[in-house]
Write a new protein. Structure first.
Length: 356
């Protein structure tokens, strides 16, 4: 089969981790007789420098005409002083909205080989941890009305948290479907003791649950969920939550695994279309030095094969290759411990390509 992929290398370490991922994908293509056709487009700081805009229309058009979008990372200190609506991060929000990517899947998996990197006590995570955060990605306070106004206390600014029943329903369906494929347990996180939008969220999730009698559903307030994640992370299977709560909880969950450089993500639209990217950012301090860990990006390509292209055997191959490289004791600086063999970005790519 032929697949059209829009590549957005972006900023910082983005281009180098994407480069290694393309090698891995091409190896999969060779082995299974698929052809991946890439079109490289600009977004983020790289786009600001080249065109003055963080998300050129051409980028949006090419992404919309592809089967999937594959992104490295955007942002960097060069653009930190730009006003909010001109910053590279706006490109991410723009892509999510323009491409209708309402469902963000962020797996937080504790790799057996890297268990020592987990900052929690061994007994809390013994036996492993495997959580999937399903974050709503195109609604809520990120995209609600925002502005400035005068108040009794002087000038003020506001951002509105708004969720329609339909937005909650469609993300709940994605989360229940994921739970059915995993441990059949779903925790919906909200702040229903205070927020009206959370009470609507809870009511709709409870309604959707009727179609999934096999899934055990519970509701949790965000403050409690943040606490439970470090107290007893093994109680969670799938977590579904709003845009802003999901932003926060997914960082917390990934930190617990101890290896944010290892975690992939998928942002899905209705149907099979999706955008795939590592959870880590652009890490400008180590860019261009062959130090970045490309595994999160390479694992994101496995998610792309599985969710958008329906190629699960090929996806398994990539995941197994990554695990075999870890098992053989190779480590990039972010996950290095005594006694392991140090490697760089490119060598990681070499080893994974060879293992496929
Ligand atoms: C993320 C990031 C983004 C977000 C930023 C860069 C806009 O933190 O993908 O989690 O808040 O969604
Ligand atoms: Mg975030």
């Amino acid at each position: 089969m032929n697949y059209k992929i829009a590549l957005v290398p972006g900023d910082g370490i983005g281009p180098e981790v994407v480069e290694q991922t393309v090698r891995v994908l091409d190896k999969i293509g060779e082995k299974y007789n698929h052809k991946f056709n890439y079109t490289t487009v600009l977004a983020g700081g790289a786009a600001i420098d080249a065109t003055g805009e963080c998300l050129p229309q051409e980028t949006i058009d090419i992404c919309k005409n592809s089967d999937a979008v594959f992104l490295g990372a955007v942002g960097g200190w060069q653009w930190d002083t730009l006003p909010g609506d001109k910053r590279p991060e706006r490109a991410l929000l723009g892509l999510r909205k323009e491409l209708g990517l309402f469902a963000n899947l962020r797996p937080a998996l504790l790799f057996e080989e890297l268990a020592d990197a987990c900052p929690l006590k061994a007994e809390i995570v013994s036996g492993g941890m495997d959580i999937l955060v399903v974050r709503e990605l195109t609604g809520g306070i990120y995209f609600g009305e925002k502005g400035f106004k005068d108040t009794e206390l002087g000038p003020a600014a506001y951002d509105i948290e708004l969720y329609s029943e339909e937005e909650v329903k469609r993300i709940a369906i994605v989360a229940f479907d994921m739970a059915m494929k995993r441990g059949k347990k779903l925790t919906s996180v909200d702040k229903a003791n205070v927020l009206e939008s959370s009470r609507l969220w809870r009511r709709i999730v409870t309604e959707v649950a009727k179609d999934y009698p096999e899934v055990e559903l519970n509701h949790m307030y965000i403050d409690n969920a943040a606490m439970q994640l470090v107290r007893n992370p093994k109680q969670f299977d799938v977590i579904v939550t709003s845009n802003i709560f999901g932003d926060i909880l997914s960082d917390e969950a990934s930190m617990i695994t101890g290896s944010i450089g290892m975690l992939p993500s998928a942002s899905l639209a209705k149907g099979n279309f999706g955008m795939y990217e590592p959870v880590h950012g652009s890490a400008p301090d180590i860019a261009g030095q062959n130090k970045a860990n490309p595994m999160a990006t390479i694992l994101s390509s496995a998610m792309m094969l599985r969710y958008t292209f329906g190629l699960s055997k090929e996806a398994d191959d990539i995941e197994n290759a990554v695990k075999s490289v870890l098992k053989a004791g190779y480590r990039t600086p972010d996950i290095m411990v005594d006694g392991m063999k140090p490697i760089g970005t490119k060598e990681t790519g070499d080893l994974i390509v060879n293992a496929i």
